[in-house]
Structure formats: C-alpha cells, structure tokens
Design a protein around this ligand. Sequence first.
Ligand code: C5P
Length: 300
Amino acid sequence: MQIKALAPAKINLHLSIGKRRDDGFHSLLSIFQMIDLADSIAIRIESQTFVSIKVDMDGMEAVANNTMELAASLFMKEAGIIGDVKIDCIKRIPHKAGLGGGSSDAATVLLMLNRAFGYPVDTNRLREIGARIGSDVPFFLGDSAGACVEGRGEYLTPLTHRNDLYGLVLMPHGEGVSTAKAFSDLDAYRDTTGIPSELLSKDELVAMYANDPMDWHFTNDFRPVMGDLGPWYDRLDALVAEYPGCFGTLSGSGSAYAIVSEKREILMALRTKLEIMVSDVTIYDIKSLHRSHSGDTVIV
Ligand code: C5P
C-alpha cells in the first residue's frame, strides 16, 4: 500500500511569548496560519513482519533527528503494529525558517499512518504523541488552517478561516535560526532589559485576524533578538509599509519573513521591488490554506 499527502507550512502572524515554565518551555499566544508551501510525503507499508523505518529526504539535506522517523516509530509503538514503513519526502519547506516544516512532516506522517491502519489511535492520544515530537505538531494535527495557539502549542482555538490571503515568504540564504537558541536569547534579553511581552489579548488577536491586513498590528516577540538579521527585517518592514494593504512579519523564531495581503496586484508590485532590492534570498509565492486544503491523504 502506498499513501501520499502534502505537509503544509505555517506562518505566525502574531507571536507573543510568556515566561519560561518549570518544564523549560515558554507559554505562547500566537496566530498560526497554514500556507500552501508544502513538503510531499509518500509512505509505503510493505510487510507486516518486521519494523524498519526508512526516510529518504529528496532535495534537502537529511536532518539528524528526523521528525518523520520519530513520528512513525512512536505511532507504530502506540498502535502495537509491526510493519515495514518506508517514507519518501520531497522537501520544499526550508529548514530553520520558523515555518514549521519538521512539525508538519511529523503530523502528516501520524495522520497518514492512523488513516492507513484504520484509526487505531484516537485524536487526543495522537496530539499527545505529536506534542512529544515538537511544540507545533498539535497545530498541524488540528482541524483548522488558522488558529490561535496557546500553552506550549497544545491549546488551539480554531479561527474562521481566511482563504483570501496572498503572500510572499522570504527566506534568507545561510544558516537559519535555532528555535532553542532564539528562546534562550529572548530570556537573556528580558533579564537585561526587563521588557515584557507586548500585551494584546486573545480576543483582540482573534478580532484582528478577521480584519483586512492593512489594519493588523500583530507583533513578534523574537524581533529584538534576531541579531545580524535585525537590520534586514527593519528594511523589509519599511518597504512593506510603502505598499497599502500589505502586512509583514518575522515568522516564528525566524529566519523567514512573511508578507500577507488581500490585494494580489499590490503584492506583485512589492515582489517586483523585492527582486531588485534583495539578494541571497529565496522568495516563495504563497496563499493561505483553508480547512479542506489539498494536504488530504490519498491512498493509492
Ligand atoms: O518543541 P520544539 O522542538 O519546537 O522546541 C525546540 C526548543 O524551543 C525547546 O527545546 C525549547 O527550548 C524551546 N521552546 C520553548 N517554548 C516553546 C516551544 C519551544 O521554550 N513553547
């Protein structure tokens, strides 16, 4: 049996971060939006006699601690299934970008295997397994392409979806940002400056998401600790401000920068300007996904 699915990326339209908790994680208040930039995953379940999980990541360097492999082994253990699972992945979502690629891949593998084996693991348990793999995995297991995310990432409030948002994602070439380092840099920055998280309430964030991006004033708490990339984001902010109806933000802990608008023509004019202005950057054209996005699993 072969199963295929797309694993979509996300952007964070807003990200405020609370204090470090006793378990080492931080509480979040964030608006997550799934987008149509996606990895392609194909899984073959070849025999029921032994467990061997093989992951091929076409087009991108294999990452040592692969989230798909972990997802498959945790799932097989939880479901008590013995089998040979082979996963092929065509990576399109850049690594260390703040776009949730590794988490989405893991969530997609969990959903694909659960469906292929007739749903032996219930939704809550699947989310618990997902949270062990990464904080963003529960969002990708959820039913909504737009959500207000709280806790460490496990509490989701689905938002009335926006399928009318066009966008650009800019990924600077080079190292990318380590999430763990960004969180510890933020702690150190706050210890020194005493500057707390910006206080927008959940209700304000949810109401803002429904408005035109020209009225958004979402923020991202990681912005002051982005080091050498800081001036680059400042330039992008200044440029985006010249294009009415466009909103720009750092996504997650970086290093990708996302621009969103309802107005495609204005966005395309901005894209033309960006092509002249920026170098050593990959620009992705994106669209917001809605619930019935094309990531649905196909069994062939
Ligand atoms: O769960 P994930 O793999 O995304 O987390 C990577 C690291 O980022 C964690 O080990 C932790 O240091 C930090 N993190 C955090 N609070 C969160 C999510 C991640 O401190 N809510």
